[in-house]
Write a protein that binds this ligand. Structure first.
Ligand code: GAL
Length: 426
């Protein structure tokens, strides 16, 4: 009798826990509330390479022929993406950022590439990129000028969309500098989305609309999702831990508004992967890779693939982590809890699996251990009644079988992350 009562109480408690987790689920894990841009693209987050963080607006090809923004750089990166395994694991879009343009439009009002730095023009570059089985991305701006001062698309949306389609472009990053009002910003982003669709070419539409709205208004993500395939929310990524942390902090502070809206066809974009550059330690690179997977973020690397160390390459090409990022369920993860300078993040995956990341934010001392009861993971469902846990990062190893009542103990390096995959055992 006594044991039966205890069992009943513990069942009721369990149910209580499950209901509490379900409540959190409803709030963070609902179906994307809005229709996605109906272009059939970005059903999983876009993967590729984007020149900005690493090469910025270097137009000095005289002094720095290997690192200026030029046709040569993109031809070389295309070649490597195709031959060094990048394309094979999913990095498909080779994207040009700001500073590719000539300072003036041509006599018919069309944008043109700088003739010295892109002597073959964008169409020839696109042909080459396509011949390697890759896709080409380009950059323009909704306002009067690009952020670096090149011609903006304001007043030219239809012409520019047609030019990009004629050239064979496959993705447009549309920036928001030099736009004189919120109305022009919103109208411009919508206009370009419709203009791209009208070209009949499949062009992924990457926006910065909410980033430029935040200082004035809270963005309407339902609307943004109807027009954009991904959207930047927050400041530019830099090659530093401080930058990665600030992006993660912004994301957690706003997760209630941004997580539910992400899904196939439309994603939050926390900006480029800077793995393989100079500013992040090995552990910090692991944190970026793991958290960008949890956040269902576009994986756009900005690094020099011609000179990248084997460790960074292996991390960026880690198929298990990429599989989390690209999971077909398409739900963005969120921070579950923060305590004692640890953060626990989780993301629901297809087939009732879950990804879990434990981040050690403490920047003093050595590896610290963190113990979590598996009942609290995956809204009470990940290990109910049991699960198999595999650690994916920092190194792959099977942790084995866990029952609903078990605890999981991990050791996490300062500013590092342990990334796990939890799968149903029975
Ligand atoms: C910024 C944008 C960056 C980069 C830069 C180019 O506004 O957020 O990602 O595109 O402009 O000038």
């Amino acid at each position: 009798m006594m044991t039966a009562t205890v069992k009943l109480v513990s069942r009721v408690r369990r149910l209580g826990c499950v209901l509490a987790f379900c409540f959190l689920a409803l709030f963070l894990w609902g179906l994307p509330g809005a229709r996605a841009l109906d272009n059939g693209l970005a059903m999983t987050p876009t993967m590729g390479w984007l020149h900005w963080e690493r090469f910025m607006c270097n137009v000095n090809c005289q002094e720095e022929p290997d690192s200026c923004v030029s046709e040569k750089l993109f031809l070389q990166i295309a070649e490597i993406m195709a031959s060094d395994g990048w394309k094979d694991v999913g990095y498909e879009y080779l994207c040009i950022d700001d500073c590719w343009m000539a300072p003036e439009r041509d006599s018919e009002g069309r944008l043109q590439a700088d003739p010295k730095r892109f002597p073959g023009g964008i169409r020839r570059l696109a042909n080459y990129v396509h011949s390697k089985g890759l896709k080409l991305g380009i950059y323009a701006d909704v306002g009067n000028k690009t952020c670096a001062g090149f011609p903006g698309s304001f007043g030219y949306y239809d012409i520019d969309a047609k030019t990009f389609a004629d050239w064979g472009v496959d993705l447009l990053k549309f920036d928001g500098c030099y736009c004189d009002s919120i109305k022009h910003l919103a109208d411009g982003y919508k206009h370009m989305s419709l203009a791209l669709n009208r070209t009949g070419r499949s062009i992924v539409y990457s926006c910065e609309w909410p980033l430029y709205m935040w200082p004035i208004f809270k963005p309407n993500y339902t609307e943004i999702r109807e027009y954009c395939n991904h959207w930047r929310n927050f400041a530019d990524v830099y090659d530093s831990w401080q930058s990665i942390r600030s992006i993660l902090d912004w994301t957690t502070s706003n997760q209630e508004s941004i997580v539910p809206v992400a899904g196939p066809g439309g994603w939050n974009d926390p900006d480029m992967l800077v793995i393989g550059n100079f500013g992040l330690s090995r552990d910090q690179q692991i944190t970026q890779m793991a958290l960008w997977a949890i956040m269902a973020a576009p994986l756009l690397m900005s690094n020099d693939l011609r000179h990248i160390c084997l460790e960074a390459k292996a991390l960026l090409q880690d198929k298990d982590v990429i599989a989390i990022n690209q999971d077909p369920l398409g739900k963005q993860g969120y921070r579950l809890r923060k305590e004692d300078n640890f953060e626990v993040w989780e993301r629901p995956l297809s087939n009732l699996a879950w990804a879990v990341a434990m981040v050690n934010l403490q920047e003093i001392g050595g590896p610290r251990s963190y113990t979590i009861s598996v009942t609290s993971l995956g809204q009470g469902l990940a290990c109910n009644p049991d699960c198999l846990i595999t650690q994916l990062l920092p190194v792959k190893r099977k942790l084995g079988f866990y029952e609903w009542t078990s605890s999981l103990k991990t050791q996490v390096n300062p500013t590092g992350t342990v990334l796990l995959r939890l799968e149903r055992a029975s």
